[in-house]
Design a protein around this ligand. Structure first.
Ligand code: FMN
Length: 141
């Protein structure tokens, strides 16, 4: 059962938008210091690399306890098993949720069929997300 923390958040909800190359760990901590109610999201992180617990990737996702409540890892990819296994790693490191990148327009990301390329086939993307939701106890944003 996915316990969705959004329900308990005070309105309006403040979220740090994921920004590749910017919303890395020290930046996320800084934002939390400025406004503790902010929900933090990592930079986009490869589901394939996350499932393999690549060291550099784990460093991108790492967080300090003071940013918990709430911190979500954003995954990108296009493979259901990779998302499910990466989701397990996100659970294991203790993050509060999983965000899926469906919007990145960068040619490199689209070229690999990731990011906004997933929206070319909404039905199979929806099935992939449903499978991830069913496989994790974390909320999927
Ligand atoms: C430099 C940069 C990097 C970004 N990286 C990501 C990303 O990794 N994942 C994502 O979902 N969106 C990413 N975005 C999109 C932002 O999260 C946000 O949705 C976008 O900037 C629109 O918000 P705004 O109108 O407040 O600028 C990025 C945007 C910028 C400017």
């Amino acid at each position: 059962m996915n316990t969705h923390f959004w329900k308990d958040l005070k309105r309006p909800i403040l979220v740090l938008a994921p920004m590749a190359g910017y919303t890395e760990s020290p930046f996320r901590r800084l934002i939390k210091e400025i406004e503790p109610s902010t929900v933090l999201i990592s930079e986009l992180i490869s589901a394939e690399a996350m499932r393999r617990t690549n060291e550099k990737t784990l460093r991108m996702a790492e967080f300090t306890p003071d940013v918990k409540k709430y911190y979500c890892v954003q995954l990108f990819g296009n493979d259901q098993t990779a998302f499910i296994e990466a989701g397990k790693v996100v659970e294991k490191i203790g993050a509060d949720g999983i965000d899926i990148n469906l919007g990145c327009p960068s040619p490199k990301v689209i070229g690999s069929g990731h990011g906004s390329a997933l929206l070319k086939d909404p039905e199979s993307t929806a099935r992939m997300i449903e499978a991830l939701v069913a496989s994790t106890k974390l909320p999927v944003l």
